[in-house]
Design a protein around this ligand. Structure first.
Ligand code: ADP
Ligand code: MG
Length: 355
């Protein structure tokens, strides 16, 4: 199987501090594969500092891994030719956490919509270009008369984010990589934006990587989930399984702390957040050992591999050491189970493919 997007043993180390002497391992040996059999929505979830934005930037090819490979359609991002790169730039579109960063304050928002159409020669005529822009705005539930001709600061945060979603749609991408797309917009607009993400997947056949610190929204829109903890995959699999029956002690902690009435409260209650590489445990211990209620001596001696607990659920925890170790090339099977979802959708969430 050639995956649409794949990470092979990816490690990303940043140097920071004075003279770059301190290093932070933002991602440690992460492997991931998103299949291309059919469009899906996959969540990458984790608390602040767990490496989500690093993963997003790596997938977009704007930073390169310290170790390992990132592949799109089987081609290493660092080895792409000019044409392949151009195709990649159109087919894989980012959505930013803070859309304001993307806008030029001196141009009306029409500019960010027209630019990609022109850059990739997508329209035959001016009229065609306008038609495309109107269609894209409609798809995200924006009224052209309330959007076009306005300057970025004249729009609300939610409108700005929806214009960005419309912008990515114009390019008819295969993949959308969205880094916490609703974390800066208020609750009332969150649903609208999540809805357009769902529509992109169902109606336009786009695969969406939805990066979030919020399990509730992940559950609402995603089919599969990867839970990151301090730069490593703690648990991954079908979202029904992971949320309904979390296996990793960290995921359990997270799941049991939803719903979160106060969005400012960090995951995991009052347990202090630890940043990768900061803590006194040996390098090769389980990263969760100091917070884990089930910690065993072996957890301090080595880091657990991912165990395949069921067909579509893996966890990096020695509690499951009787299960087979996940083979590197099988991660795609765990995350993209063929055919129907393994359990019927509940909780008002529609199953993938339903409209
Ligand atoms: P998240 O998006 O989940 O909050 P990030 O990927 O932004 O996580 O960060 C992961 C870790 O890498 C954090 O410890 C962060 O401080 C560090 N980090 C991120 N970007 C840089 C950078 N450019 N230079 C140094 N450290 C960084
Ligand atoms: Mg981030």
């Amino acid at each position: 199987m050639t995956a649409l997007l794949e990470l092979r043993n990816v490690t990303k180390v940043y140097s920071s501090g004075m003279f770059g002497r301190a290093t932070v391992t933002a991602l440690a040996d992460v492997s991931l594969a998103i299949g291309d059999e059919r469009p899906t929505i996959i969540a990458i979830a984790g608390e602040s500092g767990s490496g989500k934005t690093t993963l997003w930037r790596l997938l977009l090819g704007v930073i390169s891994p310290t170790k390992g490979q990132i592949l799109y359609n089987g081609i290493d991002l660092t080895n792409m030719g000019r044409d392949q790169r151009r195709e990649f730039r159109r087919e894989v579109q980012p959505i930013f956490q803070d859309p304001f960063e993307v806008y030029n304050p001196f141009y009306p928002v029409d500019h960010v919509l027209a630019m990609p159409v022109r850059k990739f020669h997508l329209a035959e005529s001016k009229r065609d270009e306008r038609r495309m822009i109107l269609d894209a705005l409609e798809m995200v539930g924006l009224r052209p008369d309330e959007t076009l001709g306005r300057y970025p600061h004249q729009l609300s945060g939610g409108q700005r984010q929806r214009v960005m979603v419309a912008r990515s749609l114009l390019l008819k991408p295969r993949v959308i990589l969205a880094d916490e797309p609703v974390s800066m917009v208020d609750a009332s607009l969150r649903a609208t934006i999540l809805d357009s993400i769902r529509k992109m997947n169902r109606e336009l056949g786009i695969t969406v990587v939805y990066i979030t610190h919020d399990l509730t929204t992940a559950y609402q829109v995603c089919e599969n989930i990867v839970v990151l903890y301090r730069g490593s995959i703690a648990e991954a699999g079908s979202i029904e399984r992971v949320i309904k029956d979390p296996k990793h002690p960290y995921t359990r902690l997270l799941v049991h702390s939803i719903p979160q009435p106060n969005p400012k409260r960090k995951w995991g209650g009052d347990v202090p957040m630890v940043v990768a590489g900061e803590i006194g445990t040996p390098q090769d211990a389980c990263k969760f050992v100091d917070r884990c209620p089930f910690a065993m001596p072996m957890c301090r001696e080595s880091a657990p591999p991912l165990y395949r607990i069921t067909r579509d659920q893996v966890a990096s925890c020695f509690l499951y050491r009787d299960a087979p170790v996940l083979q590197q090339d099988a991660i795609g099977d765990v995350l993209a189970p063929a055919g129907e979802p393994s359990t019927p959708a509940t909780n008002g969430r529609k199953a993938h493919g339903e409209v």
